[in-house]
Design a protein around this ligand. Structure first.
Ligand code: AMP
Ligand code: TRP
Length: 325
């Protein structure tokens, strides 16, 4: 199967990004053709600092490697370094109905969040994402739940293109985990964990052990005492149980048994230890990669060449089908 996914280099990655998307990537890479992109052109649709973008791109590359993505097997590259992404996005825009873009949940949320930055790029964001996916004739896209609508949109565009210009694109499926697809904020378990939220709501992959422990110990729960998984009545505890379960491989039922008769404090303390231990290699490898900028750049350069070969072939086909010279 051909797999494609991407993450925006817009600051530190958090446990939601890892558990919702990346953890799937690692499992997929042995048996599939995987392309993992750092989607910088998407990152600039919301406010950002030009001077920090390169650092964020290299940091995201370091996270991909620290998480276990093997650059010998999978293609790792930066979106803006393969110009076919922008080119295909423009062509796809000409068959995209405006109404479809305006109804996208992420567009509505982001334009509400950044009222003075509602740019045309933010509106056409899903078209660029469709171009990312379709360029590589992707079968499946491993992402978190919030991206499901964009994959649906991608399928709609692929179908429309194929009907209009002849069979060209595959209609990709989303690959969304049952558990972990939506990790919730630690301070407000009704909202998803998000890097644009306050720092204590998020566990970042490079947080120090002291910060991780502090954030988990003060995570919002309910006034009850029992560690029980119940998403409607005990959202906070259920979110923590999900994290615990995904990091240890124990089921939530096993965890309920393990913590029977113990309070939230004991449970949180144990979870903090699990998270600190799990993320320890991330911190270590991040420090290691931080001093090896040229190594990261070399990986990205190789990724660029490999991605370009596929992207150029698709573009040639697309242009021909659309009647362009
Ligand atoms: P982003 O940081 O928005 O570029 O997201 C990168 C990937 O992480 C996408 O596949 C998202 O669906 C996923 N993701 C982001 N936040 C969460 C979350 N709180 N829980 C699960 N997956 C998430
Ligand atoms: N839109 C995705 C997000 O916000 C990032 C993204 C861009 C992506 N292009 C993609 C994800 C292609 C999967 C496939 O998280």
């Amino acid at each position: 199967m051909k797999i494609f996914s991407g993450i925006r280099p817009s600051g530190n990655l958090h446990l939601g990004n890892y558990l919702g998307a990346m953890q799937q990537w690692i499992k997929l890479q042995n048996e599939n053709d995987c392309v993992f992109c750092i989607v910088d052109l998407h990152a600039i649709t919301t406010p950002y600092k030009p001077g920090e973008l390169k650092k964020h791109i290299l940091d995201t590359t370091a996270v991909y490697l620290a998480a276990g993505i093997n650059p010998e097997k999978s293609v790792i590259f930066v979106q803006s370094q393969v110009k076919e992404h922008s080119e295909l996005a423009w062509l796809l825009e000409t068959i995209t109905p405006m109404g479809e873009l305006k109804r996208m949940t992420q567009f509505k949320e982001k334009s509400e969040q950044h009222k003075d930055y509602v740019n045309a790029g933010l509106l056409s964001y899903p078209v660029l994402m469709a171009a990312d996916i379709l360029l590589y004739k992707t079968d499946s896209v491993p992402v978190g739940k919030d991206q499901e609508q964009h994959i649906e949109f991608t399928r709609m565009i692929a179908k429309k293109f194929n009907q209009k210009f002849g069979d060209t694109f595959k209609e990709p499926a989303s690959m969304i985990l049952k558990e972990g697809a939506k990790i919730m904020s630690l301070t407000n378990p009704k909202k998803k964990m998000s890097k644009s939220d306050e720092p204590k709501s998020c566990i970042f992959l490079f947080d120090t052990p002291a910060d991780i422990t502090k954030k988990i110990m003060s995570a919002e729960t309910d006034s009850g005492k029992e560690v029980i998984y119940n998403v409607t009545k005990k959202r906070g505890i259920s979110n923590l149980l999900t994290i615990y379960s995904l990091l240890t491989g124990k089921t939530t039922a096993d965890l309920e048994k393990e913590f029977k008769g113990k309070g939230y404090g004991d449970f949180k303390k144990s979870l903090a230890e699990v998270v600190v231990q799990y993320l320890e290699p991330f911190r270590r490898k991040q420090q290691e990669f931080a001093t090896r900028e040229s190594y990261l750049e070399e990986i990205l350069k190789q990724g660029q060449s490999r991605a370009q070969i596929i992207a150029q072939a698709t573009m040639q086909e697309v242009k021909q089908k659309m009647g362009l010279i």
